[in-house]
Design a protein around this ligand. Structure first.
Ligand SMILES: Cc1cc2nc3c(=O)[nH]c(=O)nc-3n(C[C@H](O)[C@H](O)[C@H](O)COP(=O)(O)OP(=O)(O)OC[C@H]3O[C@@H](n4cnc5c(N)ncnc54)[C@H](O)[C@@H]3O)c2cc1C
Length: 465
C-alpha cells in the first residue's frame, strides 16, 4: 500500500495512488522510452494527456507529474474561473489537498468544524468525527479560488497546463480499437485555442477523460450514464449574510416544492467567511422521478423559509443562481480502454449519500495516476485495466449501499420517517454523518461502522439480485 494510502476497507481510494511517487522516471518528455504500450507511436508528444483541469484532472496531473511523467492538461477555461458548486470541502477533500502539499494554501479559506442538520423544527450540531486518516475540519472556498490552486500545484510539480484550450474531439486509434465493452484506443485530441481559434492535435500515449458532468469528450468515446441509477440536480447562489463566518455548514433536510410537499434532497447554507454564504438546493432523482420539480422555485422557497438569522432574501443575492447535474454512484461508463481512463464527474464518481464530488475527483484522479504510472513503467494496458478493479475495491460496495439509500429516500413517506426519527437523536445523526460522509473508522467497530456493515450486507444482497 502506498505511504499516503487511506486504510478504510470500503474507501481505500488512494491505495497505490502514490505508488509511482518517487520512482525514477526522470524520463519526462521521453514519450517513447518505455516499452509495453501499444501507443508509443511516432508523433506522440506526451506520456499523458488530461482533458479538463478541474479537481479530478488537476489531481491526476499532479500525481503523474510528481512521479516524473510528461503530462499535459488541456482546460477550456482560464483560471481563475467560476464553477457552479456548493464550495464545501469535507475532511476527505482536505486530506487530498494536504497530500498535494496545499495545507498552507488553504489557511486563508473559511474553516468549519462540522454540520448543523436542520429539519422538522429541530437542529443538531454535529462535529466532524475524529478519524485516523482524515482531519476533523473542513473548509468552504469558492471553486474560483480552489481550482486555480490545484491547477497551479500540478503545474509546479511539472505538468503543462494549457488553459483556454478546448478538446474538440478524440483522435481515435483505428489500428488498435478497444474491447466491445470498453473505451476505444485514443491517440490524443483535436484541440482549439480559444483566443486564436487555431486548431491543432495533442498526442499522447495515454489519455485521461476529466471533463466533468457533461463530459462531451467522454460521450464522443462512447461513455453513457446508466439511466435507472440515481442522479442529482442542484442550484446555488451567493448571498450576503451577517453569519458568513459561522463555524458550521448547515443542511436542511426537509426542503419543499411549491405545493409544500417535502422532496428528496436538501438545502444548504455554507458560510464562506468573506461576507457571503453559498446557498443551494439539491434534488435526487431515481429513474426519472422528481424530474418535474423546478429547482429555481425550490431555491426561492428555501431562501424565503431559511432561518431569519442568516438574513437571506432576494435583495441579499450577489447574482443569479446557477445549477448543474451531479452524476453519482459511478453511473457513467465504460471508464477504461487500452490507453484511456475516465475520472471524476466524467465517470459519475459523486457520493450519492451527500452529493460530495470534489474529494472523489481528487481520489479517482490519484487512483488513475497510480495505474497510469504502472502502465507507463512497462505494464501497459493490463495495468490500466486494473483501474476498474481498484475503483470497485475503493467504492463499489459503498456506492451500492448509497444507491439503495437514495432509492429508499425517494419514497417521500419513508424519507420523512427516517429524517424525523434521526432528528430526535444526536447519536444517530452523528453516526449517519460518518456513514454518509464516508468517514468510518476501519479499525474500530463503532455504531456507524456496525450500521454500515448491516447496510452493506443489504447492498451485497441487492447487487446479487
Ligand atoms: C450545484 C452544485 C453544488 C455542488 N456542491 C458540492 C460541494 O459543496 N462539495 C463537493 O465536494 N462537491 C459538490 N458538487 C460536485 C462537484 O462540483 C463535482 O463533483 C466536481 O467539480 C467534479 O470535479 P471534476 O474535475 O470531475 O469536474 P469539473 O469540476 O466539472 O471539471 C471539469 C473541467 O473540465 C473542463 N472541460 C470541460 N470540457 C472540456 C473540454 N472539451 N476541453 C477542455 N476542458 C474541458 C471544464 O472547464 C472544467 O474545468 C456540486 C455540484 C453542483 C452542480
Amino acid at each position: 500500500m502506498a505511504p499516503t494510502s487511506n486504510p478504510e476497507p470500503h474507501a481505500s481510494s488512494s491505495d497505490g495512488a502514490g505508488a509511482t511517487a518517487g520512482s525514477a522516471h526522470a524520463t519526462a518528455g521521453s514519450a517513447h522510452a518505455t516499452a509495453g504500450s501499444a501507443h508509443a507511436t511516432a508523433g506522440s508528444a506526451h506520456d499523458v494527456l488530461v482533458i479538463g483541469g478541474g479537481p479530478a484532472g488537476s489531481s491526476c496531473a499532479y500525481w503523474l507529474a510528481e512521479a516524473g511523467w510528461d503530462v499535459v492538461v488541456v482546460e477550456r477555461k482560464r483560471f481563475p474561473r467560476d464553477k457552479t458548486c456548493g464550495d464545501g470541502l469535507t475532511p476527505r477533500s482536505v486530506r487530498q489537498l494536504q497530500d498535494m502539499g496545499l495545507a498552507g494554501a488553504l489557511s486563508g479559506a473559511h474553516r468549519y468544524e462540522g454540520l448543523r442538520a436542520c429539519g422538522y423544527g429541530r437542529q443538531l450540531e454535529l462535529d466532524w468525527p475524529a478519524h485516523p486518516s482524515f482531519p476533523s475540519h473542513g473548509y468552504v472556498i469558492t471553486r474560483h479560488d480552489l481550482d486555480q490552486l490545484v491547477a497551479e500545484r500540478a503545474a509546479k510539480a511539472g505538468a503543462t497546463v494549457r488553459q483556454g484550450t478546448e478538446a474538440l474531439e478524440p483522435l481515435l486509434d483505428e489500428a488498435v480499437g478497444g474491447a466491445a465493452d470498453g473505451l476505444p484506443a485514443c491517440l490524443g485530441a483535436v484541440v482549439r485555442d480559444k483566443d486564436s481559434g487555431q486548431r491543432s492535435e495533442v498526442r499522447a500515449r495515454y489519455v485521461v477523460v476529466a471533463d466533468g458532468a457533461n463530459s462531451r469528450f467522454g460521450r464522443a468515446l462512447g461513455m453513457s450514464r446508466r439511466r435507472g441509477w440515481p442522479m442529482g440536480m442542484a442550484l446555488r447562489g451567493y448571498y450576503r449574510s451577517a453569519r458568513h463566518d459561522d463555524p458550521f455548514i448547515e443542511s436542511h433536510l426537509d426542503i419543499r416544492d411549491a405545493s409544500g410537499a417535502v422532496v428528496p434532497g436538501y438545502g444548504w447554507i455554507f458560510p464562506l467567511g468573506d461576507g457571503r454564504v453559498n446557498v443551494g438546493v439539491g434534488l435526487l432523482t431515481v429513474a426519472g422521478r422528481w424530474k418535474g420539480v423546478n429547482t429555481s422555485t425550490l431555491l426561492d422557497t428555501f431562501v424565503a423559509q431559511a432561518p431569519p438569522a442568516w438574513g437571506l432574501s432576494p435583495e441579499a443575492a450577489c447574482g443569479p443562481a446557477t445549477g448543474g447535474k451531479l452524476p453519482m454512484g459511478l453511473a457513467v461508463g465504460p471508464r477504461v480502454g487500452p490507453n484511456v481512463v475516465a475520472i471524476g464527474d466524467a465517470t459519475g464518481s459523486i457520493n450519492p449519500f451527500n452529493g460530495e464530488g470534489i474529494a472523489y475527483g481528487y481520489e479517482t484522479g490519484r487512483l488513475a495516476a497510480a495505474c497510469l504510472g504502472e502502465a507507463l513503467s512497462g505494464a501497459g494496458a493490463p495495468a490500466l485495466a486494473r483501474y476498474e478493479q481498484r475503483l470497485e475495491d475503493a467504492y463499489g460496495l459503498y456506492y451500492a449501499v448509497a444507491r439503495a439509500f437514495v432509492e429508499l429516500i425517494s419514497h417521500p413517506h419513508l424519507m420523512q420517517i427516517c429524517i424525523r426519527t434521526g432528528m430526535h437523536s444526536h447519536g444517530l445523526m452523528a453516526m449517519l454523518l460518518r456513514v454518509m460522509a464516508n468517514l468510518m473508522r476501519p479499525s474500530e467497530l463503532g455504531s456507524a461502522e456496525a450500521a454500515y456493515l448491516a447496510l452493506a450486507s443489504l447492498g451485497k444482497l441487492l447487487r446479487r439480485a
